[in-house]
Write a protein that binds this ligand. Structure first.
Ligand SMILES: [Zn+2]
Length: 368
C-alpha cells in the first residue's frame, strides 16, 4: 500500500483538472501522461485536493471517508497507491539527497523538474535520477557536429564523468555546425578544445579527453570498459558501429549512435539483451538488399565523397535526440522502446520512423 510515503503530494507538473462535474483529468497537460477518470460523486476530486503534502496517508483517507461515508478506506488507499506507482506523487517529507551538494541541487533544479514530469514510476527520492547521472560514466566517440552536442548535453546534464575521444583537429569548415569550438580553436585538437569548453560549462563533473583513432573492436573495448555507456558519433571507418555494438555486448553496457544523411536524422539506442542488436539489423538489411533488384550507381559519382551536408540546426537535432536517448538508458524514463533505430525527416517534419527488425536475426554473428 502507501507505506513508502510520509506525506503524499501531487507533482505540480501533473496537477489534475476537473472537467465538468464528473470527470477528473489526472496527469497534467501532456498527451500520453494525462488521462481522464470518471468521478460522478466527486470523491476523487476531493482526494486529489487533499494530496498537497500537508497530510499523511491516514489523514487523507480519514478526510475522504468522512465526507464520502460510502467510500471504503481501501478505495482511497488503492487510489493513492495507483497515483504513486504511476509517477504522479512525491513525498513532501523526502530528505535532501546526501549525494548532491546544495550547489548541485541548484544547478540541476530544472533537470529535476523534467525528470519529475516524465517519470512514470515511483521513486523514493525525486533526486534519484540526478544522483544516478552523477554516478554514471559515459564516453563520446567522435567530437564533430553530433558528438559536440552529445558531449555538451552529457556535461550540462551532470553525468559524473564524460570522456571525449577524437583524433582530428578543428577546421574552419567545422564551425558551421560543431557547437563546442570557436575560431580560436582552429587547428587545435578537438579533444583538447572540447575538454576545455566542457569544463567551463560544468566544473562539478569530470571531463577527460583522448586523442585517438578508433581503429578496431579491441580499441573500443579497451576504452569503453571503464564506462557505463557509449555514445558513438563518429561516422567512420564503416565498421565502427558494428565494433561498438560488439564491444558493448561484451561489456554489457548500453550505447547510442547518432548520424544524418542530409535532412534525414537517425539515432539508434541499444541495451544488451533487450532485443535485436545493431548487427541483427545490418544482417536483415543485407538480406533485403540481396533480394531487391540490382542497383546501378550513377557513374560520374563513383569515387567522389561529398562533404557532410549539415548545419548547426540539423546536427543539433540529431545530437539532442541521441543524448536524450542516452540519458533515458541511464536513468529509466521516458520508457521508450530500445534496440531500434529512429529517424526524423526534415523534408517532412511530420515524418518520424521507427525502423529495424523487432526480433534478433537468427544468424547474427554479434549477439548469438
Ligand atoms: Zn544481433
Amino acid at each position: 500500500m502507501s507505506a513508502p510515503m510520509s506525506r503524499p503530494r501531487i507533482k505540480v507538473s501533473r496537477r489534475p483538472v476537473r472537467v465538468g462535474d464528473d470527470v477528473v483529468r489526472v496527469g497534467g497537460a501532456v498527451h500520453k501522461l494525462a488521462f481522464d477518470v470518471a468521478d460522478p460523486d466527486g470523491w476523487l476530486w476531493a482526494l486529489v485536493n487533499l494530496l498537497d503534502g500537508s497530510r499523511t496517508v491516514a489523514e487523507v483517507t480519514t478526510a475522504v471517508c468522512t465526507r464520502f461515508p460510502h467510500r471504503p478506506p481501501s478505495d482511497v488507499g488503492a487510489a493513492i497507491d495507483g497515483l504513486r506507482l504511476t509517477g504522479h506523487l512525491v513525498d513532501a517529507d523526502e530528505p535532501a539527497p546526501e549525494d548532491l551538494t546544495p550547489r548541485e541541487r541548484e544547478r540541476y533544479s530544472r533537470s529535476r523538474e523534467l525528470f519529475l514530469s516524465i517519470d512514470t514510476g515511483w521513486r523514493t527520492n525525486s533526486w534519484a535520477p540526478q544522483v544516478t547521472l552523477k554516478g554514471s560514466k559515459a564516453i563520446v566517440i567522435g567530437l564533430g557536429g553530433v558528438g559536440s552536442v552529445i558531449a555538451a548535453a552529457f556535461v550540462a546534464s551532470g553525468i559524473g564523468h564524460v570522456h571525449c575521444v577524437d583524433h582530428d583537429v578543428v577546421a574552419l569548415s567545422d564551425l558551421n555546425r560543431q557547437v563546442l569550438y570557436t575560431e580560436r580553436d582552429r587547428w587545435r585538437p578537438k579533444d583538447e578544445a572540447a575538454v576545455h569548453r566542457l569544463r567551463e560549462r560544468n566544473s562539478d563533473v569530470l571531463v577527460t579527453g583522448d586523442r585517438r583513432t578508433v581503429d578496431g573492436l579491441d580499441t573500443i573495448t579497451t576504452i569503453a570498459k571503464r564506462f557505463d555507456l557509449v555514445a558513438l558519433a563518429a561516422d567512420g571507418p564503416p565498421e565502427i558501429r558494428s565494433w561498438t555494438n560488439r564491444a558493448c555486448l561484451a561489456l554489457g553496457i548500453p550505447w547510442v549512435w547518432g548520424g544524418y544523411h542530409g535532412p534525414l536524422m537517425t539515432v539508434g539506442a541499444y541495451r544488451p539483451g533487450a532485443g535485436p542488436c545493431y548487427d541483427c539489423a545490418e544482417a536483415a538489411e543485407r538480406e533485403r538488399k540481396a533480394a531487391a533488384p540490382a542497383r546501378t550507381e550513377w557513374q560520374p559519382a563513383i569515387g567522389e565523397i561529398p562533404p557532410h551536408a549539415a548545419n548547426f540546426a540539423t546536427v543539433t537535432i540529431t545530437g539532442s535526440f541521441a543524448a536524450e536517448a542516452a540519458v533515458s538508458l541511464l536513468i529509466g524514463p521516458p520508457r521508450v522502446p530500445v534496440n531500434r533505430i529512429y529517424q526524423f525527416n526534415l523534408v517532412d517534419r511530420l515524418e518520424r520512423l521507427v525502423i529495424g527488425p523487432e526480433t534478433r536475426h537468427p544468424r547474427c554473428s554479434a549477439c548469438q
